[in-house]
Ligand binder design. Structure first.
Ligand code: ZN
Length: 409
């Protein structure tokens, strides 16, 4: 039996006064999602634990059955893996922005005027050529526009260090500080500050920035790092469950989590992790992947973006568009386990993640279907799954797919 795991990012929400105290899910027309709920067993899920507001990466780890308290060591590693960077156990990774600073190291623009990927790639390459720090290897990898990844490889490093990104324009670049008492954290903070100073020196005298200045563009003369992260070795998902698994996602973070767990990443044209992403192409790729894979993880980011924008109309629109795309897969409940859930709630009212549990529905043959007929937060709470944690989901899916073994005799 094959398993499809559909995760709509940040899907859960809270009642919104303007739409009659309904949540965006409750206010949406979504026949495909409701079909999965009506033909499945439903419940609500605390991705990590009740009251814990999950980041997307630790929530995903938990949902795939990996205890985030044991293996989550920061976000940067997943961003790096998502960009296809060959990260190795022990590597320290950061997310990095190219930014514009003035002579006092005050940030003028955290995104260097939304520098294009061409200039940004050239500047990251220059840093790789010229920046040398004794005792460690330092690599920069360009991402989209001003974004990239920094990897520091060497002995005696720690991920318990603070960001240098002040998170707003008009503030000075922050000093990287140790977040615990260890020698490793102190040494790492010193290294990061040294890299930051050297990068500023190298970028300031670069040919690319001379040209940008002559064109009246903001110079990308500094780096801002955040999300220090360690690569912690975990067993691959195929070793753990005996399932060949793949991921269909647009956002680098989600591809990164999938690669971290040893899943294949299926690249889909038009899958961008934005509002404009081609949801239908993703669902079609999901259907095709069921021929070669036992577990297909299908991720949609747009619901979370709308929550973070505080835009409930957008969230409803995204739910309905995703629902329309899911129409192509729901008839597979006859021979597959189709699971629909979220990695956390992103209520429009607070524009960030909350600990409100998310709805979950599991449909497929031989399922103990309950009375819940619609995929909504409050209705699913009345379903036969009751309230579970993220770590419970994979064992339940393996059981209903008859892929698990008896405990004891
Ligand atoms: Zn998320």
């Amino acid at each position: 039996m094959k398993i499809v795991l559909i995760i709509c990012d940040g899907l859960g929400d809270r009642p919104i006064k303007d739409i009659g105290f309904r949540t965006p899910l409750e206010a949406s027309r979504k026949p495909s999602m409701d079909f999965i709920a009506a033909n499945g067993i439903c419940g609500i899920m605390d991705p990590i634990a009740p009251g814990v507001r999950p980041g997307s990466a630790p929530a995903h780890l938990a949902i795939f059955g990996y205890n985030p308290y044991e293996c989550y060591r920061g976000r940067g590693v997943f961003e790096a893996l998502g960009l296809g960077v060959d990260v190795k156990p022990g590597d320290l990774t950061f997310r990095v922005n190219l930014a514009t600073v003035d002579g006092n190291l005050t940030v003028i623009d955290r995104r260097a005027g939304r520098i294009g990927s061409d200039d940004s790639s050239m500047l990251f390459r220059l840093l790789n050529e010229e920046l040398r720090i004794p005792g460690v290897e330092v690599y920069f990898y360009p991402g989209v526009e001003h974004r990239g990844v920094l990897v520091i490889r060497g002995e005696g490093l720690s991920w318990m260090v603070s960001d240098t990104d002040p998170e707003r324009d008009g503030a000075s670049i922050s000093m990287c500080r140790p977040l615990d008492e260890s020698i490793e954290a102190r040494r790492t903070a010193e290294l990061v500050n040294r890299i930051s100073i050297d990068a500023h020196r190298i970028l300031s005298k670069s040919e690319v920035n001379r040209r940008r200045a002559s064109e009246g563009k903001l110079q990308a003369n500094a780096i801002l790092v955040r999300g220090a992260s360690f690569y912690e070795h975990v067993s691959r998902i195929d070793e753990r469950y005996g399932l060949k698994a793949c991921c269909i996602a647009g956002g680098p973070l989600y591809k990164g989590v999938a690669r971290y767990l040893g899943m294949d990443v299926i690249e889909v044209k038009g899958a961008t992790g934005t509002y404009e992403s081609d949801f239908k192409a993703k669902v079609e790729a999901c259907t095709r992947s069921l021929e070669n894979y036992d577990l297909v993880y299908l991720h949609f980011k747009a619901t979370d973006l709308a929550g973070e924008d505080g835009n409930y109309r957008r969230k409803i629109e995204m739910i309905e568009r995703i629902d329309d795309a899911l129409y192509r897969i729901i008839d597979r409940v006859e021979d597959c386990i189709i699971t629909l859930t979220a990695d956390h709630s992103t209520p429009c009212s607070i524009r960030t993640h909350s600990a409100d549990p998310v709805p979950v529905a599991i449909a497929g043959p031989d399922i103990r279907v309950d009375d819940v007929g619609r995929f909504e937060e409050r209705l699913c709470a009345k379903g036969g799954l009751n309230r579970i944690r993220g770590l419970d989901l994979m064992p339940i899916l393996l059981d209903v797919a008859n892929l698990t073994h008896k405990y004891g005799a």
